[in-house]
Structures are given as structure tokens and as C-alpha cells.
Design a protein around this ligand. Structure first.
Ligand code: F6R
Length: 608
């Protein structure tokens, strides 16, 4: 949802801004721009299209002089992708430039007010009101001016601001959109997401909502919403820089799929100690746990699909009701929340606006929140009462893979741990589960290494127009994820159906040649699934089955089969989803799509 970057130092700013924007492009990629102060002017270069066009147009920024600048890569919300709607936006007098990530909900009112004062707007964006509001409230001091302007903004924003009257400083501010400040040697930075500046510095400040940062070459100061100075601690980043680079793979998505064994290991191993599951890091209160009556799980997209599996796990281990909701629906469904409930939010980025809103609503109503989150220091990680990190490392490809499987691993650990602490987990069950969790990374590695058959099957089906996924129970939740993965990167129409529900309507879409991907990984449901497969085959569908290695009957009812090893129910989904991720990847690659940056999407959805 737009990437924001800023540089102030003694080097040429534009090449550094463009380099950082390349690493932020996953946040939005329909247009890009930079604004740099030089020779008493703010020079703006911005254009519709991928960042590479801007790089080519400016010789990788070398044509843009100046050593203080801001940059932006856009995911359009207000106004189509166009040169005019691209950021940065200048104020009418040309003395302020702004980059913005977020949405200004009351931009129409502000536009009307400013138009009444003679301001002219050149774009259809909500963001352009910010630069003009700053000009309107200009009182010579950048921090005071910015605070006066944002006082009138409703919505979310991460802002980078340049002022021609103070060409030796840059201001930044955030509310409900991510922004961090990086500290370098004689140079400083602002950025939406840490990996984009990791090659420049490992020392960052995590900004809080409502804080303003004022950067010069040698100094960074922070102020609260009243303009009073605030002390902040440096956060030292210890991740490996290569984690945010492709490392020889053609796409981040393939690299990230192949990193799943490591991501699972990092998420699981430190939490298994002396034959027990150890999540003492959560600091859950024993009495509170014993009183727990209900769990709500709230998330979006793939994280929601992981949450559906979490419901099965928590209900199985704890024997209490679990509701799972899409975050954008949750708040408006008038959820019934009580203090003896727990709300679990799941998010890779930790910045998904709907998930944040759901979490805040639960906290406001006195419900404890627990976040399963991947990005350290993200808004969700900072605001939740308890945090369980998935240690998947930076995920760059828009389609999530390793964060999703790590989320399932975290849910297994969490539900088994809570049961263990409540005395509900039998020793044998625990031993079996721990053995399976320990074996999981290696098993995932073997399955991912053996990917040629999936690639072959993708080559057989990549030009289909419609692909349906069917499954029951946990296989239905995995069908939803398999279908989402496929459609988001291949652009093939796809739906997932509960296999038993198909005959209540959707089966009318099945015709000779339609591909149905049928998941059958639960022994107790084999016969039922075989029946559902026969139903679609009788209508001419081709069937690709995902089944357990010991299923001797499946080949008789399908055209092709991909086998996965049988594991205890709780961990099976992590292995079952792997061939579906690979299938989506190969289909998208064969169709010549930009696998890592599918059209219309962005990695981090910071708008509601
Ligand atoms: C799909 C995908 C999205 C995200 C969703 C939530 O491949 O990546 O559906 O799962 O946007 O994002 P996070 O997990 O960052 O809250």
C-alpha cells in the first residue's frame, strides 16, 4: 500500500531513494516518483508505471541532483495510476513536497476548504491536500507546521515532507501507517519498511502513531503531538540482509517457498524444550487461562485461512468454542466479546489496517489480544497484549508462502501449549505432536526438493480458464488457500468449495475439461471425498488429487495425483499446502506473469 522513503546526507539522494524504492516496490507498483531539493528548487520526477521506467528515465537517479529527497512507490486508491496522480505532490507555491502512504478520509472537505482559499488541485488523489494544507498552515517551523496541518486530517498516513524554506531538514510523521527512521553516519533516512534500508543502516527508530521526526544530516529529533521532544530508543536490526534479496532464484516467491523448512525450524525449535512446548515468552496468566471461555481469531486473506485451521486446533485441544472471522467483517458484525474471551490476530506484516482495527476494538472492549505476527516492531506486534512471532524472516513476494506455513506452526504450538498448561494435553499426544513438529522441517525440504512433478502438472493445466478446489474440513481450509494462491498470481478464475456443498449449486459450472483439484488427506473422509470426485468426473471434469501416500484407491478416481506423506492431523496442513503453492507458482510463471508483483495487489494492505 505505497512505499515511502526519504534521504538526507551528503551523497546524491535520488540514486539512494530509487534503490530503496526497489525494495519497497512490493508495497505498490503502479507509479513512482522522487522529489529532491537542489539550487533553491524542489525537483520532482514522477511517472506512471513500474519503478524501472523512472530509473531508466533518470539514469538511475543520476540526472536528479541534490542530497535531500523523498520518494514513493504507489498503489492507487484515489485516482487512477497516472503521472499526475503519482507522488511526491508539491504544494501550490512549490515550496513543500509530500509523499504519503495511507488514506485521508476527509480529503473532499479539505479540498473544498482550500479551494475556497484559491488553491488549485492537479491530481485526483487524497494526498495532494496534505502538501497544500501544510502550505496553508505554514508558520516557518516544519514541526509546528506539520502538526497544525495533520490536526485536520482524518484517516491514516505515513508522511515524508520537504520544505524549501528549511532545505537542511526533512520531517516525517505517522498515524496508522508504518514508518521507521534510520540512523546512519552523517546521513539519515525514513522508510516504510526496514528491509529497504538494511544495506544502509541497522539502527532504526520505530515511530509511534502521532509522533513527528525531524531529520538533519547529523541529527534526528522526535516530538509528540503537542510538539514536545520525545526520547526514543534505537532498535538494532539483526536480520540477515540476504534474506531480503533473491539469492539466485528467479522470483522471491520461489526463494520463499524453498525457505519454508528454515522458517518452520526457526518458528518451532526454540519453543520445544525438554519434551514440552514452551511458550513462556507469552507470559499468559494461569488463572486467566483457566477462566478462558472463548477464542476469536481475526485476520485477512491467507492469514485468515491459517486462522481457520487455528479454529480446528484450538477446539480440538482446548474444547472451547472458537469463532474465526475476516477482519474487515469482524467489527461491523457486532461481535459478542467478553473479558473471559481471547482475540487472536494473525498477520505477516503486522500492518494490515483491518486487522489492526479489529485488535483495537477488542482491546477497547477489555478483551485480551494475542498476535501471531512476522514483522518485529510492527504496529500489531507493539499493540497486542501478547505476541507470538513467526520467525519466517522478511517476506517480499506479494503471495505469502513461508509466513503462512509458519502461522500454522505457531497456531499448533499455541493451541497445544494452552492445552498443556491447562492439563488437557495427554503425555502421549504431546510426545507424538512434538516428534511430528521436529520432523516437519526436513519433511518439507524433501517435498519441496521434489518439485518436478508439480511443474509437469502445471504445464498440463496452465492454460485452463477455471480451476476449482474442493476438500472437506481442514482440506477445505487448504482449498481456500490453494485457490487464492492460484488466482492471485495466475489470474485464472478459481473457487474453493466445501466438497459436500458443491452439489448445492456450484457443480453447475463443471463442464467437460474443467479442472478440479481435490484434496483428500484425511483418512476418515476418504470415501466421502471419493464420492465427491466421482460427481465432478461424471460431469466431465479432469481431477488432480492431493492425497496421502498410502491411499491405494485414489488413482482409480482421478486423472493425476500428487502424494504427500501422512502426518498427525494437526501438522498435516503444513505439508499438504506445499504442492499447491508450487502449482500456483509454476502456472503463473508459465503464463508469463510477474509472479512477485501480481496486478492490482500489494504486500501490505494498510488501508481499510
Ligand atoms: C495472499 C496474501 C494476503 C495476505 C493478507 C493479510 O497471498 O498474502 O491474502 O495474507 O493481505 O496480510 P497480513 O498477513 O500481512 O496481515
Amino acid at each position: 500500500m505505497c512505499g515511502v522513503v526519504g534521504y538526507i546526507g551528503d551523497k546524491q539522494a535520488a540514486p539512494i531513494l530509487l534503490e530503496a524504492l526497489k525494495k519497497l516496490e512490493y508495497r505498490g507498483y503502479d507509479s513512482a516518483g522522487v522529489a529532491v531539493i537542489d539550487g533553491g528548487e524542489i525537483g520532482v520526477k514522477k511517472m506512471r508505471g513500474r519503478l524501472q521506467l523512472l530509473c531508466d528515465h533518470t539514469h538511475d537517479g543520476l540526472d536528479v541532483p541534490g542530497s535531500i529527497g523523498i520518494g514513493h512507490t504507489r498503489w492507487a486508491t484515489h485516482g487512477e495510476p497516472s503521472d499526475r496522480n503519482s507522488h511526491p505532490h508539491l504544494s501550490n507555491n512549490g515550496r513543500f513536497a509530500v509523499v504519503h502512504n495511507g488514506i485521508i478520509e476527509n480529503f473532499r472537505q479539505i479540498k473544498e476548504m482550500l479551494s475556497g482559499h484559491g488553491y488549485v488541485f492537479y491530481s485526483e488523489t487524497d494526498s495532494e491536500v496534505i502538501s497544500n494544507l501544510i502550505e496553508y498552515y505554514d508558520q516557518g517551523d516544519l514541526v509546528k507546521t506539520l502538526l497544525a496541518a495533520v490536526h485536520h486530517l482524518e484517516g491514516s498516513y505515513a508522511l515524508g515532507v520537504l520544505s524549501l524554506d528549511q532545505p537542511d531538514r526533512m520531517a516525517a510523521m505517522r498515524k496508522d501507517s508504518p514508518l521507521v527512521v534510520g540512523r546512519g553516519e552523517g546521513e539519515n533516512y525514513i522508510v516504510s519498511d526496514i528491509p529497504a534500508i538494511l544495506s544502509l543502516t541497522r539502527d532504526v527508530y520505530l515511530m509511534e502513531d502521532g509522533e513527528v521526526a525531524l531529520l538533519t544530516r547529523d541529527d534526528i529529533r522526535f516530538y509528540n503531538g503537542y510538539g514536545e521532544p520525545v526520547d526514543k530508543e534505537i532498535f538494532h536490526v539483526t536480520w540477515d540482509v540476504s534474506a531480503a534479496e533473491k539469492g539466485g532464484y528467479e522470483h522471491f516467491m520461489m526463494k520463499e517457498m524453498m525457505e519454508q523448512p528454515e522458517a518452520l525450524k526457526e518458528t518451532i525449535r526454540p519453543r520445544l524444550r525438554d519434551g514440552r512446548i514452551d511458550l513462556s515468552e507469552l507470559k499468559l496468566d494461569r488463572d486467566w487461562l483457566n477462566d478462558l471461555r472463548m477464542v476469536h481469531i481475526v485476520a485477512c486473506g491467507s492469514a485468515y485461512h491459517a486462522g481457520r485451521l487455528g479454529k480446528n486446533l484450538l477446539e480440538k485441544y482446548l474444547g472451547i468454542p472458537v469463532e474465526v472471522d475476516i477482519a474487515s467483517e469482524f467489527r461491523y458484525n457486532a461481535p459478542i466479546l467478553h473479558p473471559d474471551h481471547l482475540l487472536i490476530v494473525i498477520s505477516q506484516s503486522g500492518e494490515t489496517a483491518d486487522t489492526i482495527a479489529a485488535m483495537r476494538e477488542a482491546r477497547r472492549r477489555g478483551v485480551k489480544t494475542l498476535a501471531i505476527v512476522n514483522v518485529v516492531g510492527s504496529t500489531i506486534a507493539r499493540e497486542a497484549d501478547h505476541v507470538l512471532y513467526t520467525w519466517a524472516g522478511p517476506e517480499i513476494a506479494v503471495a505469502t508462502t513461508k509466513a503462512y506455513t509458519a502461522q500454522i506452526a505457531a497456531l499448533i504450538l499455541l493451541s497445544a501449549y494452552m492445552a498443556q498448561e491447562k492439563g488437557l494435553l495427554a503425555d502421549e499426544e504431546r510426545a507424538r505432536l512434538i516428534a511430528a513438529l521436529e520432523a516437519l522441517p526436513e519433511m518439507a525440504r524433501q517435498l519441496l526438493d521434489d518439485k518436478e512433478r508439480v511443474q509437469y502438472l502445471a504445464s498440463q493445466y496452465f492454460n485452463h480458464n477455471d480451476i476449482y478446489f474442493i476438500g472437506r474440513g481442514i482440506d477445505y481450509s487448504l482449498s481456500l488457500e490453494g485457490s487464492l494462491k492460484l488466482k492471485e498470481i495466475s489470474y485464472i478464475h478459481s473457487e474453493a468449495q466445501a466438497a459436500g456443498e458443491l452439489k448445492h449449486g456450484t457443480i453447475s459450472l463443471v463442464q467437460p475439461g474443467t479442472l478440479v483439484i481435490a484434496l483428500s488427506t484425511q483418512k476418515k473422509l476418504r470415501e466421502k471425498m471419493a464420492g465427491n470426485i466421482q460427481e465432478v468426473r461424471a460431469r466431465g471434469a479432469s481431477v488432480l488429487a492431493i492425497a496421502l501416500e498410502d491411499d491405494g484407491n485414489i488413482e482409480a478416481v482421478c486423472d493425476h495425483c500428487l502424494y504427500v506423506p501422512a502426518l498427525p492431523d494437526a501438522v498435516q496442513p503444513i505439508i499438504t499446502i506445499l504442492p499447491l503453492q508450487l502449482f500456483a507458482y509454476y502456472v503463473a510463471a508459465l503464463r508469463g506473469n510477474d509472479v512477485d508483483k501480481p496486478r492490482n495487489l500489494a504486500k501490505s494492505v494498510t488501508v481499510e
